[in-house]
Design a protein around this ligand. Sequence first.
Ligand code: HEM
Length: 184
Amino acid sequence: MYGLVNQAVRGLIIDQFGEATWEDVRSRAGTAESFVAMQPYDDAVTYSLVGAAVEVLELPAEKILYAFGEYWVTDIATVSYADLMSTDGTSFLDFLKNLDHMHSRIKVTFPDYSPPSFRVKELSDDRLQLDYYSKREGLLPFVEGLMNAVARHFGCEVTITHVDDADNPMPSKRMLLNYGPLPA
Ligand code: HEM
């Protein structure tokens, strides 16, 4: 993944646990101290960082990935890519429908990248089906954290349920999202 993803993992760990913990995580993972945002790195770098964070923080990978999804939205996307995250005239549902388009717009910036793909099906006013396609394994908790924070960004709250793998059109992962306005 591009360096900015690894750089964001670094940012999350430093913000929440401090520099010394980051140093511990990155030395266990055997990675550099920081990353070049616009340079592609092997996915193994990102997975090693998460693996080392699991050991150092004594937290399950799912929790770390979920927190990273939230952090990506609250501290990276809405800050550095505010125009892409604009809520003007856009709803949570519109934003999700447009995610593939958004990732393809930034292909200019990240020519070698491999973004995910999302298919959205409206089931009712407050319920949608989301199929997540990726060439990568294990990032579902990251997607959940992303969805939760994106919903909040659009003034919504969301509850995510997973549809059993057996019923899925592989290689995607299917989720059902119940959503509605955040309570005042
Ligand atoms: C607005 C700013 C955003 C930027 C600049 C951005 C950029 C990127 C980049 C560079 C990657 C790494 C892919 C690679 O290097 O091969 C990535 C991955 C990913 N992005 Fe985005 N993204 C943004 C927002 C979002 C949002 C809002 C979501 C979902 C709600 C999202 C979902 C994902 C997921 C799930 C991955 C992991 C890759 C995978 O599943 O295979 N991104 N994105």
